[in-house]
Write a protein that binds this ligand. Structure first.
Ligand code: HH2
Length: 274
């Protein structure tokens, strides 16, 4: 299996690692670390050398309670980083909810649009349709400011699956080829621990929709809740367990902060699975 992204194909025969590269002052785990474009570009090169198949550049934190960022500010943060990394030949994904930001970044060389609001915005669907970029359609209940207030579902896996199927179908109707679409249950986006656990256990059911499944559990609150570890930067062991389990259940792309360790963990897991 492969995922068509711009002029490239990202191979998915074995699970691919998508490296998180937040060019933000306030992301929940790496906020401030890569706000300087040079530091971000260095970090991107290191992640690619360590085995990341995709570099996911974001300029707006979407952690629970985060304040939205103006489009100009978001673009000023991400564009130099996207242009430099894409210019060096790396497969870059732009993590944004805003059509203008997505369009400018694709023009600067990004090959994937990763939209945590799941292409609910018609302009965002338009940008996807006008370009050849791959897309990640993610599920979120509510908005980052309030999404953790009282998340509620009947059957979380069924509801998330229905949402993703509908958004993917809207994208296809707008002209986005099926081979360009990946789906993501959105771990931590309007979900309790119980919901997140059900969604990771439900990766197999989601993959039955026929699109590659992306899972991003790295350092998130669910790891803290299962371990008691408050500090996101100390959640490596739990993040590796979540990535390996998601891959075992059929996830094709793992979105992670710790690339070297995740690549190694996945190689060992695959070796053991045979
Ligand atoms: N999680 C975050 C951001 N973007 N994109 C996808 N497709 N899937 C995810 O699970 C996902 C995502 C949140 O994590 P992070 O970028 O580390 O933090 P912040 O939002 O605080 O910048």
């Amino acid at each position: 299996m492969e995922w068509r992204c711009g002029g490239r194909a990202v191979p998915l025969d074995v699970p691919a690692v998508m490296a998180v590269l937040n060019v933000t002052p306030d992301s929940f785990s790496d906020g401030g670390a890569f706000l300087d474009p040079h530091a971000a570009v260095r970090r991107g090169g290191d992640a690619a050398a360590a085995g990341a198949a995709i570099l996911d550049v974001g300029g707006e934190s979407t952690r629970p309670g985060a304040e939205p960022v103006g489009r100009d500010e978001e673009l000023a943060r991400v564009l130099p980083v996207v242009a430099a990394l894409a210019g060096s030949g790396f497969p870059v994904s732009i993590d944004t909810r805003h059509a203008e930001v997505a369009a400018s970044c694709v023009q600067a060389g990004a090959v994937i649009i990763n939209d945590v609001s799941g292409f609910r915005d018609a302009d965002m669907i338009g940008v996807a349709a006008e370009t050849e970029a791959g897309v990640v359609v993610m599920h979120m209940q509510g908005e980052p400011g309030t999404m953790q207030d009282a998340p509620s579902y009947g059957d979380v896996v069924a509801e998330v699956s229905a949402f993703l199927a509908e958004r993917a179908s809207d994208l296809e109707s707008a002209g986005v080829a099926r081979e360009r679409i990946a789906i993501d249950p959105g771990i931590g986006f309007g979900k309790t621990l119980e919901h997140n656990v059900a969604l990771i256990r439900g990766v197999g059911a989601l993959s039955e929709l026929g699109y590659p499944v992306v899972v991003g559990a790295s350092r998130k609150r669910m790891i803290g809740e299962l371990t008691g570890e408050e500090d996101p930067s100390k959640r490596l062991g739990g993040s590796l367990a979540a990535a390996v389990e998601a891959a075992r259940r059929g996830a094709s792309v793992l979105r992670v902060h710790d690339v070297v360790e995740t690549v190694q963990a996945l190689r060992v897991a695959r070796g053991l699975w045979g």
